[in-house]
Design a protein. Structure first.
Length: 406
């Protein structure tokens, strides 16, 4: 005999399975859903009727009859206009907020600057105000929000639903973000490291679709990796899986010979592998040239040709990033490596140099068959990931909801 809680869980899992199938295959006939999930027509039709009544699924007319004739089957698909989620991303100096439907389409977006060292209470009040404005402008009621996903830099305390540590957000480690947002909006709230959130977005909406083993390496204000092994996001014992920015430089290369332009005594590779530091070094180098000192960093990255001194800096950056990626590949053996972040997504030269470095180090490694691609979601990848994470309240995703939800 199943306990009542067990039967409720089975019912919930069946609903999630059917909802996922409708999301991926809809419009789809009810009878086809029953065939695909290998459940009785009565049970499947009952579940779909409940999903229609709850507003998650809608009827969209009749399909074609089979070759044997008979009644035309009734088709169903997701209803994107009844339930919504909110995604929030914390960055060092900025907060991004988006409203999305259950098909993960961004409907409205806002952001605001945050001073380093800002008091958490002031920032949270501004987030709440921005959310209220998003809802009002979109004509959506607060009761239609079903969950919230939060991406934030640093180590996460999954049990307490808050930040454990982040070098860029000092003073936030005592703020119970999950509890605060869940109590205010009365919905499940999920929290995850920002780079892991990017890996989720790329695995479900971007470059990693249909892949089961992925390493997503992001370069932004620092460097980090999100690791998906057998379709599960790897978090680590204390949330630190993928924190490659803390790898020590002296274990990677002979610094004096290899990084003469970039190494200024830093201890960790994350102190060098950041877009902020790369921009600082390059613009500093150009400042002595009157004809070039006003060059925009993005234009430099997208350029097809470089002055020798700029090329040398990019080559050093690619060398170090390639070393870190090679280590990841040898440790977890992913089928796909995704390089994300502005500096690698905008610079074909830098991306190819990193690929060359990785392949040169593959050598005679017998299992090296990793495909290497750029991220597909651009600057809003982390926000899309927060949306994907929020949607795990009704869909299967690649992270364990029980560890995030309060």
């Amino acid at each position: 005999m199943f306990k009542k809680a067990d039967t409720q869980l089975i019912k919930l899992l069946n609903e999630i399975q059917i909802l996922n199938l409708i999301r991926n295959e809809g419009p789809i006939a009810r009878i086809e859903v029953a065939r695909r999930v290998q459940m009785s027509k009565v049970a499947v039709f009952d579940i779909i009727n409940r999903l229609v009544e709850a507003g998650f699924v809608i009827d969209v007319g009749k399909g074609e009859s089979t070759s044997r004739g008979g009644k035309r089957p009734s088709l169903v698909k997701l209803n994107p206009e009844n339930h919504y989620v909110i995604g929030i991303v914390f960055k060092r100096r900025e907060i991004q907020i988006a409203l999305a439907n259950i098909e993960a389409e961004l409907l409205n977006f806002t952001k605001f600057k945050m001073r380093v060292g800002s008091l958490p209470g002031d920032v949270l009040d501004k987030i709440f105000a921005k959310i209220e404005r998003l809802l009002k402008d979109s004509g959506i009621k607060a009761e239609q929000i079903i969950s919230i996903g939060i991406g934030i830099p640093g180590l996460i305390d999954y049990e307490k639903g808050k930040l454990r540590f982040a070098d860029t957000l000092r003073g936030w480690d005592d703020v119970s973000l999950v509890e605060i947002f869940s109590q205010r909006y009365n919905v499940p709230v999920f929290i995850e490291n920002d780079v892991k959130v990017i890996s989720l977005a790329e695995s479900i909406l971007g470059a990693g679709k249909e892949k089961s083993n992925i390493a997503c390496v992001w370069v932004g204000e620092g460097v980090g990796a999100g690791l998906i092994i057998n379709n599960q996001l790897l978090q680590g014992h204390s949330g630190g899986a993928g924190e490659i920015g803390y790898l020590e430089l002296d274990r990677f290369c002979e610094l004096a010979q290899r990084l003469p332009n970039l190494h200024k005594g830093q201890r960790y590779i994350g102190d060098i592998l950041s877009d902020v530091y790369l921009e600082e070094v390059i613009l500093s180098r150009l400042s002595g040239r009157g004809d070039l000192k006003r060059m925009n960093f993005s234009r430099i990255l997208k350029s097809k040709s470089f002055f020798p001194e700029i090329k040398d800096i990019l080559d050093e950056f690619a060398y170090l990033l390639g070393m870190a990626c090679s280590t990841l590949i040898k440790v977890i053996n992913p089928e796909l490596l995704i390089l994300s972040g502005k500096v690698v997504e905008h610079s074909d030269y830098l991306f190819q140099k990193v690929v060359d470095q990785i392949q040169a180090r593959a050598g005679e490694v017998p299992f090296f068959s990793t495909e290497i691609v750029k991220g597909a979601l651009g600057e809003r990848a982390s926000l899309r990931g927060a949306i994907v994470m929020a949607l795990q309240v009704i869909f299967e995703t690649r992270t364990a909801a029980s560890k995030h939800q309060f």
